[in-house]
Design a protein around this ligand. Structure first.
Ligand code: PMP
Ligand code: GLN
Length: 383
């Protein structure tokens, strides 16, 4: 039988590490601290509101830019949190997840030959999303082990082809968080240029140790050149909802919507109706960071009884640990052995580097029930 041949648009890309490690965990009955998703139930008020929305008949297409009341509530939240005025009609679009918001932002602006500065370790969708648009990722490693941005190197890599800088804070996989000084550096670099910013802020609320989230939304001068991407799935512990949103300037958002309307058009209506209602409770998102920090602290404390060395996380669902004192194996081999022989799945951090840079670090997801974390630690103690 003859199969038509195609030229792959992503010839070097395999299956994402999250799927690989989750499958391996399932196959070997391992505790899955790899892929980033909570195993505790999401808030019942929110599931109840989805049920109500469906029963109330909100089951047809909503506006292509998102349910308008939800956009209004988000604009009110942005004003309260970041003292920035967002126009819900022109500046916000609801998307089927944060990943889609990132992909659409890149597809909206990238032309063949453009360069995009990406800091590694980088969330694994970024570089394929750049390359599928014919652009080039210019990779800059964050400074190990604090994973800070080497701004001098950024300045050195800027040239007339630089179209965009991608930022992610709180950072996946490391939990590093940008400071006000970082924002000053970024502002100084882009001022007076045509450089755009993609700011992945899906862990906006999952920030610890009393740190302030340095959102692009706090900085009007940066916001006018930014696509700022969020995920309801991460915020409300319902990653399976795949619902998010993008905030930008009216000019950029106008173009974003041209791409969005022919790829997705509109997103899940009942969930948007439920979220609009849920956002009336302006206290609900204020405790999210504290709740998840308690899990980080619980996990970190218990990890002291294992031979891993902590690389402290200040936000996100994740904390990275060095296993350099345990083994010299490459991190993918180590992570596989940990899953198969010890029953705990993690993510090898080399998967977040295109050249597979291996610092002997694995990422653990601590957004789990205490009993799950306990089970994993008991197994890790045997190392
Ligand atoms: N960016 C980062 C850094 C993430 O960790 C995630 C989590 N999956 C996303 C984007 C995408 O979120 P979503 O599941 O809403 O697509
Ligand atoms: N963001 C999650 C993580 O980093 C997983 C998302 C996915 O599986 N694509 O683990």
């Amino acid at each position: 039988m003859h199969f038509p041949s195609i030229n792959s648009k992503l010839p070097h890309v395999g299956t994402t590490i999250f799927t690989v490690m989750s499958q391996l965990a399932a196959q070997h009955g391992a505790v899955n601290l790899g892929q980033g998703f909570p195993d505790f139930p999401m808030h019942e008020t929110l599931t109840g509101l989805v049920d109500k929305a469906m029963r109330d008949g909100y089951n047809q297409y909503t506006h292509m830019n998102g349910y308008s009341l939800l956009r209004e509530k988000l604009a009110a939240k942005v004003a309260a949190l970041y003292s920035t005025k967002i126009n819900p009609d022109t500046d916000i679009t609801i998307t089927p997840g944060g990943t889609y918001a990132i992909y659409t932002s890149l597809t909206t602006v990238l032309q063949s030959g453009d360069e995009v500065i990406v800091f590694e370790p980088a969330y694994d969708s970024y570089i394929p999303n750049i390359e599928i648009n014919g652009a080039k990722a210019v990779r800059i490693p964050l400074t190990y082990p604090v994973y800070s941005i080497p701004w001098d190197e950024v300045r050195a890599k800027i040239n007339p082809r630089t179209r965009m800088i991608m930022i992610n804070s709180p950072h996946n996989p490391t939990g590093a968080v940008l400071s006000a000084r970082d924002m000053q550096e970024l502002s100084a670099i882009v001022e007076g240029t045509n450089i755009l910013i993609l700011s992945d802020e899906v862990y906006e609320h999952l920030i610890f140790d009393g740190l302030q989230h340095e959102s692009m939304l706090r900085y009007p001068e940066l916001l006018k050149r930014s696509f700022v991407c969020f995920s309801f799935g991460k915020t409300y512990h319902c990653t399976g909802w795949k619902l998010g949103y993008c905030i930008s300037s009216p000019q950029l958002m106008h173009e974003f919507r041209k791409v969005h309307q022919f790829n997705c058009f509109s997103c899940d209506t009942p969930k948007q109706v439920a979220l609009a209602e849920y956002l009336n409770d302006t206290e609900a998102y204020k405790t999210l960071g504290t709740e998840i920090q308690a899990k980080r602290d619980y996990f970190r404390n218990k990890m002291e009884s294992t031979p891993f060395t902590c690389i402290p996380s200040h936000g996100s669902y994740f904390e990275c640990y060095s296993y350099a004192g345990i083994s010299e194996e490459p991190d993918t081999e180590f992570a596989k052995r940990l899953t198969i022989d010890y029953g705990v799945a993690t993510i090898p951090v080399s998967a977040f580097y295109q050249d597979r840079k291996d610092d002997k670090v694995v990422r653990f997801c601590f957004a789990k029930k205490e009993s799950t974390l306990d089970m994993a630690i008991e197994k890790l103690k045997l190392l």
